[in-house]
Structure formats: structure tokens, C-alpha cells
Design a protein around this ligand. Structure first.
Ligand code: SF4
Length: 87
């Protein structure tokens, strides 16, 4: 990670359980139910900033990867449930 990237990173990133994982691409590209997704979700289970991470992904409409223990299928399902409850 570059100095600029470190300075721009939100503070909660410093506490992320995934911050030192070697396979960063696996987090970004993890397809639902893939081995990468399962591995990422295992790390997320113990992450102290899991809720912040999950909410960040939902608020920003992140479409790819695992955030807060949720892959894109999980986020989509959650958004559909939320939409149906509001309607
Ligand atoms: S919840 Fe998962 S993806 Fe988010 S910061 Fe923690 S380990 Fe990384």
C-alpha cells in the first residue's frame, strides 16, 4: 500500500482483519459461493470492524467482492428484503 493510499484510508481500515492478507484480489473478485468467498467470510467472522465494513458496502452500493462477511449475493438479498419492508 502506498503512503497516499494509507493517508486516504478510513480509520477503520487499520483494524480490518483482512488488512494484511496476501490475496487482496481474492477479496475484490470473490464470486458468491466460491472458495475465495468462503475463505474471506471466515476472516470476516472475527473482524472487529465487520459492521462498519458491511454498512460501508451497502451505503456505497459495492457490487463486487466480500465486505463485512457478505458477498454480492448476500448484499443483493439484504437490499431486496429492505426494499420489500419499506414498500
Ligand atoms: S469485515 Fe471482512 S472485508 Fe471487512 S474489513 Fe473486516 S475482514 Fe475485511
Amino acid at each position: 500500500m502506498t503512503v497516499v493510499a494509507v493517508l486516504r484510508a478510513p480509520r477503520w481500515h487499520a483494524h480490518a482483519a483482512c488488512r494484511n492478507t496476501a490475496d487482496r484480489a481474492g477479496w475484490i473478485d470473490a464470486e458468491p459461493d466460491s472458495n475465495s468467498s468462503i475463505m474471506c467470510k471466515e476472516v470476516c467472522r472475527t473482524c472487529p470492524v465487520r459492521l462498519t465494513c458491511a454498512l460501508t458496502a451497502l451505503v456505497h452500493g459495492e457490487r463486487e467482492g466480500v465486505w463485512g462477511g457478505m458477498d454480492k449475493a448476500d448484499r443483493t438479498a439484504l437490499m431486496i428484503i429492505g426494499r420489500d419492508k419499506v414498500a
